[in-house]
Design a protein around this ligand. Structure first.
Ligand code: NAD
Ligand code: GLY
Length: 361
């Protein structure tokens, strides 16, 4: 087992990564303060892992909430189902919520934990590749609004992140590719050597080779933990974790949440950011092509949906959380492995990037 740490003073927490960790109750027990535990999962993950995870908390008063599956349910009414259950079963302020599943469940459970009785403990047990390398770490929690992705939420850190890589064995291949998008993101924004490593191991990663995938997860979590420790509430550097996301969130909102997977939208969005960086003269053609190729090799889309026009992007990107004082900020690349967040770009280049990528002449 590998162990990492998110360093946030008294709110620091460990990330355990390894095969078969769902069979190790001694890893989770020290992180539970009260008697009550409530495991929250979607119906797909509950069918696969709920019994196993209930056993992990043997000896506690274990409760569960099973929610409908999918991004389309990351909203107020689903969140309300969590609160209804917690109140019905009289969960007190020492209860621990357990997010068992992908990023949708992790984000909603974290937000429920932040709000319930003004804040209770929660543990992340991520079961998708995307949630294991990104959403379970760093404390961004929340739900979608029809007008914008993840627009309602809170920064609220878990007490523990427990990553059992064996859960990936049941994950559909499309979801594996979606997770690879966020892994590639770390290489592009901050670690060119990791990007080289990923280029060489893409077939093993897609096949979920145990050694390669464990290393990719650990390296990704280490990069994320270091960025979160430096800037927990995204005053500054943390925004680079959103490479491709401003374009990607526009794709998700336009297509209807759940139609394109989050990781797929990020994949196409990162190619758009690469293209814009090239048009700004910050990347040469060969660097753009390297970035695009590794995203394609992960099985991800490299162009936005055909039904989107530049104006669709501009309208939806205007509600991005990185808009400050009415100015759109974008994460762009100065080099492979070096991201910047900037509002200082020539808007005609954004326009020409959108025109080129959406095939609008
Ligand atoms: P998801 O939570 O919808 O899970 C994807 C699908 O995989 C679901 O159908 C789920 O039931 C299924 N599934 C989960 N684990 C499985 C397993 N082991 N075997 C078989 N099926 C399994 O999607 P996701 O990609 O994990 O997360 C996307 C969400 O995460 C988005 O809402 C995004 O906004 C959010 N996100 C948050 C952060 C953050 O920092 N908080 C970062 C990145 C993404
Ligand atoms: N996924 C972006 C962040 O955690 O900041």
């Amino acid at each position: 087992m590998q162990q990492l740490k998110v360093e946030l003073g008294e709110r620091s927490y460990p990330i355990f990564v390894g095969q078969g960790l769902l069979e190790r109750p001694e890893l989770v027990r020290p992180y539970i303060r009260g008697r009550q535990v409530c495991i929250i999962a979607d119906d797909c993950v509950a069918a696969l892992y709920m019994q196993k995870v209930r056993a992990l908390f043997d000896g506690f008063d274990v409760d569960q909430v099973v929610l409908p599956t999918g991004e389309a349910y990351k909203n107020w009414s689903t969140l309300q189902q969590i609160f209804d259950r917690l109140l019905e079963q009289r969960h007190d302020r020492k209860t621990t919520l357990v997010a068992l599943g992908g990023g949708v469940i992790g984000d909603m459970t974290g937000f429920a934990a932040a709000c319930y009785q003004r804040g209770v403990d929660f543990i992340q047990i991520p079961t998708t590749l995307l949630s294991q390398v990104d959403s379970s770490v760093g404390g961004k929690t929340g739900i979608n609004h029809p007008a914008g992705k993840n627009m309602i939420g809170a920064f609220y850190q878990p007490r523990l992140v427990l990553i059992d890589t064996a859960t990936l064995n049941t994950l559909p291949q499309r979801e594996v590719s979606a997770g690879l998008a966020e892994i590639i993101k770390y290489g592009l924004i901050q670690d060119a050597l990791f990007l080289d490593w990923l280029e060489q191991r893409m077939p093993q990663l897609r096949a979920l080779d145990a050694e390669a995938i464990t290393e990719a997860i650990s390296r990704s979590c280490a990069i994320k933990a270091q960025i979160v420790a430096a800037d927990e509430r995204e005053g500054d550097i943390r925004a680079i974790l959103n490479l491709g996301h401003t374009f990607g969130h526009a794709i998700e909102a336009h297509q209807g949440y759940g139609s394109w997977l989050h990781g797929e939208a990020v994949g196409a969005g990162m190619v758009m950011a690469l293209e814009m960086s090239r048009q700004l003269g910050w990347l040469i053609d060969a660097q753009f092509e390297r970035g695009r190729s590794v995203i394609a090799a992960a099985g991800l889309p490299v162009t936005p949906p055909e039904n989107m026009r530049p104006d669709d992007f501009l309208r939806l990107m205007a509600v991005d959380k990185k808009v400050l004082d009415g100015k759109l900020r974008l994460v762009l690349l100065r080099d492979l492995g070096r991201a910047v967040v900037t509002a200082e770009f020539d808007h005609s280049i954004l326009q020409s990037t959108l025109q080129k990528m959406t095939h609008e002449s």
